[in-house]
Ligand binder design. Structure first.
Ligand SMILES: NC(=O)c1ccc[n+]([C@@H]2O[C@H](COP(=O)([O-])OP(=O)(O)OC[C@H]3O[C@@H](n4cnc5c(N)ncnc54)[C@H](OP(=O)(O)O)[C@@H]3O)[C@@H](O)[C@H]2O)c1
Length: 316
């Protein structure tokens, strides 16, 4: 693999994009380019075309998106649909127009129907209704998968889509109003420990099962797609292992060192009972996750401690 290839990582200041960039640099790729949303708004077709035309990247990795939880999705359905479609359409089309032969599109497991068979494999796509709370986001992502598939089919280019499961790691969002379950628990247990609270209240019943992948393992899957031509258009990226939310909470509580009781607030929603990726397609090609959940939570907590000042302003 030529390490002097120019790689445009869109969204490289986010949790996912920054992990991809770190891993590319670590592996000797010298030319990793990209800008912040303030410098290059990917919704602007003209700016994106000028950027791709001028820089002529060999590979484009799309880790840019407007992301958010249920509340944000329900409050801003138009932006979740349109911003995401605009960003990815501009990137995919400019890449196609200006000679980019490899494009890696990142989506998420929400593209699969709400009542998918478990574990969910790639053939579940478009076989049923989506989860209504994030269908706007999911439809945008599905259209990105299909745009890459169409370019692959019609023009024979290596445009591939990777669908990660729930991710966590450095640069995660620890703001309790918008964060995902794992970073939210890290922060709650940490603050309870520091403030001497014996009880930590968590949402739901603790029974749903979820899968978590460290973002550095995803970055390795992306590197695998950079260095190999994947034979198909769509791949799940996860661990293939799930845990109950209770197990997750107990692991985080132990890592953080909080001693006390967990109280489940069952008036809050649990969400879908199980959401697990079938990752056999990526395993068959040779990629497999390496970071075990316990170790990943430990290093993420260390990162949180090192960067805690950034989160001090947001109260529980
Ligand atoms: N986090 C997860 O658990 C998870 C799970 C599965 C899949 N994914 C996928 O991974 C991708 C990235 O997620 P993330 O967690 O890294 O999100 P994130 O931390 O919020 O990062 C999103 C990135 O998108 C960029 N961006 C947003 N709007 C933009 C615009 N108009 N123009 C240019 N750039 C824009 C942001 O740039 P600035 O920082 O410069 O504003 C930021 O770098 C998404 O496609 C998501 O679906 C994430």
């Amino acid at each position: 693999m030529k390490k002097d290839q120019k790689i445009f990582v869109a969204g490289q200041h986010g949790m996912v994009g920054s992990a991809i960039k770190r891993n590319l640099l670590k592996n000797g790729y010298e030319q990793v380019i990209g800008l912040s949303s303030k410098e290059l708004d990917l919704r602007n077709q003209n700016e994106v075309e000028q950027f791709v035309k001028f820089h002529k990247p060999d590979i484009v990795i799309d880790a840019a998106a407007r992301v958010g939880g249920i509340l944000a999705n329900q409050t801003y359905p138009y932006q979740f649909l349109m911003d995401n479609m605009q960003m990815q359409n501009n990137l995919i089309h400019a890449s196609h127009m200006f000679g980019v032969n490899k494009f890696i599109f990142l989506g998420s497991s929400c593209i699969y129907p709400r009542l998918s068979n478990q574990p969910m494999n790639e053939t579940e796509l478009l076989t049923g209704s989506l989860e209504p709370t994030n269908e706007w986001y999911a439809i945008a992502k599905i259209s990105g998968v299909k745009a890459c598939e169409a370019i692959r089919k019609q023009f024979g280019k290596d445009y591939v889509s990777l669908m990660p499961t729930n991710l966590y790691g450095p640069f995660d969002n620890f703001d309790l109003t918008t964060s995902h379950v794992l970073p939210a628990m890290i922060r709650k247990f940490h603050e309870a420990k520091i403030e001497g609270h014996k009880e930590v209240v968590l949402w739901g019943t603790g029974t749903p099962m979820r899968e978590f992948l460290h973002v550095d393992d995803l970055a390795k899957a992306v590197l695998f797609a950079v260095e190999n031509v994947l034979p198909d258009n769509l791949y799940n990226v996860g661990t293939g292992i799930d845990n109950t939310i209770l197990e997750l909470a107990l692991t985080i509580q132990k890592v953080v060192g909080h001693k006390g009781k967990i109280v489940w607030d069952s008036s809050k929603p649990d969400g879908t009972p199980r959401k697990l990726m079938d990752v056999s397609k990526m395993h068959a090609l040779g990629w497999k996750h390496e970071i075990q959940l316990n170790n990943g939570i430990f290093s993420t907590y260390q990162w949180f401690l090192d960067n805690i000042q950034s989160y001090k302003t947001v109260s529980i």
